[in-house]
Design a protein around this ligand. Structure first.
Ligand code: ADP
Length: 612
């Protein structure tokens, strides 16, 4: 995206705030007039001294006050109007960016570190805010001053003023040269800020690992390097800007001295009065500061444009596909997979695509060198030709070694990812034909990772669309999930605040809340992905009974690691390296003497273990 396109796109965001913008412009317009009026006043002061007119002297004293009062009002209106527009635009950008984040596909976050994304919402948006309001203010305020003074100068002595006009292209050239460099450096500053946030958030998320494995020095070094890089780039910006200013000032001063020299030649301006001449020089002198500021504004603009560009990049990311608008009036819960294959999107490199995140146990570096042929030969598929029908109300257990593709299969059902080929149908309707929100309403999912929000327990259970649940319903769900006991023991019960600023829960307690949330959702499809892994044996048994009760009227997919769950399943699906290798009941599979029997011996040995 070119700077100009980015700039125009950013400007479009100011359209809703036209009125404030007009107020700002009018404010600065008033402010600008006081500058040349000041030069004009100098002329009157000289005339008053010459003539000794007392009334004129009194008027001048009043005029000075009035000029400053008007200038103050203009400055306030201008600054306020522009800041108002800029802050509003930032707010709009931030909100739109967050909305966009929520509508991205989960695979975006597989490929982009969350720290870098956060840095866009916090740092980059602020950059745009700071720089656009500052830049706009300077452009309007100083730009209008320059225009006002220029008109005054030309009006006073157009020939003399030509000299001034002549230097503008020269200044323009310097500024253009500097802006290219400023643009590049600003971009790098932003990237380095993303690194800083990324490293900090990674270290904070894995704080205990850092401590326990002595990762401190490594993290410190990494952070130092990132921060150093930021420092280096920032200094480059400062240097470019600092050279820019004196160069421009030199050019202006050369023009000024040429002008004074010419003006002092009596044959050229013999008829000019001293008062006129002083007023003229005052006006010309008043131009120096605004011109300097205008040339500096360039760095600010480039900073804003670099920020805006990275924000727009995120805004232009494709959203989750939600084209099918179909809704099912009654969901029975028949789930069928037809030759479903799936491959995680490859991580994108700038020049070529390589290093698939999938099958990370393979030696990734060697794959970077693969040409087209190598790519074609390798099978990156995590799921291979999965064909399976799950009848309404059936409970199916998925077993297999870690990495077999069980969780991936489950994540295709609420369309966190779309199959690379093949179809998944719910009650015979392809899931892409259903509206995404409708499809997701049909699925309750409990996984090992429990997301809790900074809210009360009740709000955490009745999250999102479940918000309308009554306190009784929430309690019932908590009771079924065997969570009521610990909730009631907390000081504020259901109203206890969770999250970083609230009470911290144990892994098992968190998981019970997740189960309560899923139970409250009461959806026709229930997916339990190692849902009871964080529970001790006693709690698991109680939960198990609760789960069995809720499983009754719904289709349940369990990714299981405990013998008890597996044995109770209507069907057991054994997966290996992305394929379904065996399907049957516990007894039938045992009789078959295949992979299941092999896995079974590990169950027995390690029971109750977390991994199969
Ligand atoms: P299971 O649940 O059977 O342990 P998974 O479905 O989690 O297996 O993983 C199957 C394969 O997909 C693994 O090789 C894993 O590395 C890969 N994988 C899992 N999640 C992702 C992801 N988000 N991006 C890329 N590859 C992934």
């Amino acid at each position: 995206m070119s700077s100009w396109t980015t700039y125009k796109r950013l400007l479009r965001y100011t359209i809703p705030y036209k009125t404030a913008m007009v107020v700002g412009v009018v404010g600065f317009l008033i402010y600008a007039q006081t500058q040349w009026i000041w030069a004009e006043l100098i002329k009157y002061i000289f005339s008053a001294i010459d003539s000794g007119d007392q009334t004129a002297k009194n008027l001048i004293a009043v005029a000075i006050m009035v000029i400053f009062l008007v200038r103050g009002i203009g400055s306030f209106l201008g600054s306020y109007g522009v800041a108002y527009v800029a802050r509003k635009v930032v707010h709009d950008l931030r909100v739109e960016l967050f909305r966009q984040l929520l509508s991205l596909s989960p695979s975006y976050f597989d490929q982009h570190a969350s720290g870098r994304v956060l840095s866009k919402i916090t740092y980059n948006v602020e950059q745009v805010a700071g720089s656009s309001s500052e830049a706009l203010k300077i452009i309007l305020q100083e730009g209008l001053i320059v225009i006002g003074l220029m008109v005054y100068l030309i009006y006073s002595h157009w020939k003399l003023s030509l000299l001034f006009v002549l230097i503008f292209p020269l200044i323009g050239w310097v500024v253009r040269y500097a802006s290219r460099r400023l643009n590049l450096v600003s971009q790098r500053i932003q990237d380095s800020m993303g690194d800083v946030t990324h490293i900090a958030s990674e270290a904070l998320n894995g704080f205990n690992v850092v401590k326990l494995y002595g990762g401190g020095p490594f993290e410190r070094q990494r952070f130092d390097d990132a921060s150093q890089n930021n420092l280096k780039q920032s200094m480059k910006l400062v240097v470019t800007q600092s050279i820019n200013t004196p160069v421009v000032q030199c050019i202006v001063s050369i023009a000024m001295s040429a002008m004074v020299w010419v003006a002092l030649q009596p044959q050229l301006f013999g008829d000019t009065s001293a008062a006129d001449f002083i007023a003229y020089l005052t006006a010309a002198g008043l131009m120096v500061k605004p011109i300097r500021q205008l040339t500096q504004v360039n760095g600010t603009i480039q900073r804003g444009i670099a920020g805006a560009r990275s924000i727009f990049e995120l805004m232009d990311e494709p959203r989750e596909r939600d084209e099918g608008g179909q809704r099912l009036s009654h969901v029975r819960g028949e789930l069928a997979f037809h030759e479903v294959c799936f491959e995680y999107p490859l991580l994108e490199d700038k020049s070529h695509r390589h290093t698939p995140a999938a099958e990370s146990d393979d030696d990734a570096p060697s794959r970077q060198d693969d040409g087209q042929q190598g790519q074609a030969e390798r099978d990156h598929r995590v799921l291979k030709e999965i064909t399976l029908t799950i009848k309404p109300g059936e409970m199916v257990a998925f077993v297999g070694r870690s990495g077999a593709g069980k969780s991936t299969l489950a994540s295709l059902i609420p369309r966190f990812y779309d199959p690379t080929s093949g179809t998944i149908t719910l009650d015979g309707v392809p899931i892409e034909a259903l509206s995404l929100s409708h499809l997701r309403e049909q699925v309750a999912m409990v996984t090992q990772e429990v997301a809790l929000f900074n809210a009360t327990i009740a709000h955490n259970i009745a999250y999102g669309t479940l918000e309308g649940a009554t306190p009784e319903e929430i309690r019932a769900a908590a009771e079924d999930a065997n969570a009521l006991e610990f909730i009631d023991a907390l000081p504020d019960g259901m109203n206890t605040l969770l999250g970083e600023e609230g009470v911290q829960l144990s892994g098992g307690q968190r998981q019970r809340l997740a189960i309560a949330r899923a139970l409250l959702k009461n959806a026709p499809l229930l997916i339990l992905d190692e849902a009871t892994s964080a529970l001790d044996n006693a709690s698991e048994r109680i939960i198990q009974t609760a789960l069995e009760r809720v499983m009754q009227n719904r289709t349940t997919l369990v990714i299981a690691h405990r013998l008890s769950t597996i044995e109770a399943a209507d069907t057991i699906v054994v997966m290996d390296q992305g394929r379904i290798v065996e399907v049957g009941t516990h007894k039938a599979l045992l009789a078959q003497g295949g992979i299941y029997t092999e896995l079974q011996s590990t169950f027995n040995k390690t029971q109750p273990s977390k991994q199969v």
